[in-house]
Ligand binder design. Structure first.
Ligand SMILES: Cc1cc2nc3c(=O)[nH]c(=O)nc-3n(C[C@H](O)[C@H](O)[C@H](O)COP(=O)(O)OP(=O)(O)OC[C@H]3O[C@@H](n4cnc5c(N)ncnc54)[C@H](O)[C@@H]3O)c2cc1C
Length: 434
């Protein structure tokens, strides 16, 4: 599709991801300066709590711990504070494979990923304060009630949905259509949740199609998840609202919460006493220097799916055989990293000649101004116009869906193969069929 585009337009569209990359690199350089001059000289030798990894979870945990003024809390994050450009929802896919992404790749797969280059899956993962919430598609989906109830049944006390619901409500600042549903939504929390602000006519058609199939339009975060909806998103005034914005900045700074970006944790320091293992501190690397810091109470590891397992293993906590192979001293033989499951995503592209949606032209200044001054227009779009949860015949319960559909208004090549194709790693062979 890219070759059908006149050269001048191709250059124009291609310059957008390049300019975004320049912004991100400038932010990296500024962050090095800021951390070296204004942050690093002021950290202490010990804190009550050390939270390692300032992503979606870590930012919230560090902030909540520091609500108690008697505790001192250190948050260590490998990435920088996010640049403002990452708050523009439409550019989500351009953030992949930039310095804000760990850019993990799987090994070439034998039985799947056939539409991807070399059968390799791209595992985008935030390397930035706010973690995945800076790079993700902003869909606000809590998960299914029955999953939580099942986790409690499996022995995880306190994880039933009825228990967890109070915390979802406490976290949420619902500003959209479910604002007055106080049985399921909160309006006083730090995390801003809105309805999408820009949709094509296809969003409505998607809901209507669901109704034709006998599904209702539902609040997927309400009493019943099965059905069709237009998504709720973690945005504020049409801009991305990451967990870092919700919990760490935008007026959330506290003197007992110290945030250290650009610091990469390399080891959890542990001691053994009376047969028990206790985490007493963290070793980390900042600007090529190794530093140690003590935790008076606890170390919380929130480095994400891959990062947490890796840090634990580097600290000697992991499968014995694997640690022995890597010559890491064993602190505890544990099945860290086992049962890792990826979710399978399947794409189907349909073209509708009367309702084709394309990204805004880079020189459409009205769209820029609409975003900047009104928080509206195509730049507020995360591209996911509709969503549904349905139960296949394999599901145990119709209220426990096992299929989630994300309905994109754009095809995977609507951006002329410039951004989405390389970000997912779609092969040339498949791309020209889309
Ligand atoms: C492209 C994409 C789209 C997504 N879309 C959605 C969506 O629309 N809705 C949704 O609900 N979910 C979505 N997700 C998933 C969601 O973003 C993640 O589940 C969530 O961010 C995970 O949170 P976390 O705190 O566990 O990990 P992360 O947010 O990944 O945070 C881990 C943090 O730890 C840091 N870290 C790692 N190792 C170290 C170390 N050694 N030292 C210091 N810091 C370290 C990382 O830099 C990172 O900031 C998406 C994910 C991706 C990648």
């Amino acid at each position: 599709m890219g070759s059908q585009l006149p050269l001048i337009l191709r250059i124009l569209y291609s310059s957008v991801p390049f300019l975004i990359l320049v912004f991100i690199w400038c932010n990296e350089i500024y962050e090095v300066f800021r951390v070296a001059v204004f942050v690093l000289p002021f950290y202490q030798d010990s804190y009550d709590f050390i939270v390692v990894g300032g992503g979606s979870a870590g930012a919230a945990v560090a902030s909540r711990l520091s609500e108690n003024k008697l505790f001192s809390v250190l948050l260590i994050e490998a990435g920088p504070k996010a640049p403002y450009i990452s708050d523009v929802p439409l550019i989500v896919a351009t953030l992949t494979d930039t310095p804000l992404d760990w850019s993990y790749r799987t090994e070439p797969q034998k039985e799947c990923c056939n539409g991807l280059e070399n059968n390799v899956s791209h595992w985008t993962s935030g390397r930035v304060l706010g973690g995945g919430s800076v790079l993700n598609y902003m869909l606000y989906v809590r998960g299914n009630k029955l999953d939580y109830d099942n986790w409690e049944k499996l022995g995880n006390k306190g994880w039933s949905y009825d228990n967890i619901l109070a915390f979802f409500k406490k976290a949420e600042n619902q500003r959209g259509r479910y604002m007055s549903d106080d049985a399921f939504h909160g309006t006083d929390g730090p995390l801003s949740v809105e309805d999408r602000r820009h949709s094509s006519s296809l969003a409505k058609a998607f809901i209507e199609a669901g109704k034709e199939l006998g599904y209702e339009e539902v609040d997927v975060n309400g009493g019943n998840q099965t059905g069709f909806t237009t998504p709720q998103v973690t945005m504020k005034d049409g801009q991305r609202f990451s967990s870092a914005r919700a919990y760490l900045y935008d007026g959330k700074t506290r003197s007992n919460l110290f945030v250290l970006p650009k610091a990469f944790a390399t080891k959890i320091i542990t001691v053994k006493s009376n047969g028990k293992i206790k985490a007493t501190g963290v070793e980390f690397n900042v600007f090529g220097m190794t530093r140690h810091i003590q935790a008076r109470k606890e170390v919380i590891v929130s480095c994400g799916t891959v990062g947490s397992a890796k840090l634990l293993m580097l600290s000697g906590i992991g499968p014995k055989k694997h640690l022995q192979d890597l010559k890491i001293d064993i602190v505890k033989d544990l099945q860290v990293g086992h049962n890792l499951q990826d979710h399978i995503g399947n794409g189907i592209t349909l073209l509708h000649k009367d309702n084709a949606v394309a990204p805004p032209h880079p020189l459409n200044f009205m769209a820029h101004l609409d975003f900047l001054f009104n928080g509206k227009g195509p730049y507020t779009s995360n591209n996911v116009e509709g969503m549904s949860f349905t139960a296949s015949k394999y599901s145990e319960n119709p209220n426990w869906p096992d299929i989630q559909i994300h309905f994109f208004g754009l095809s995977l090549t609507a951006d002329y193969g410039i951004v989405i194709k390389p970000s997912i790693g779609i092969s040339d062979e498949v791309s020209c069929l889309l």
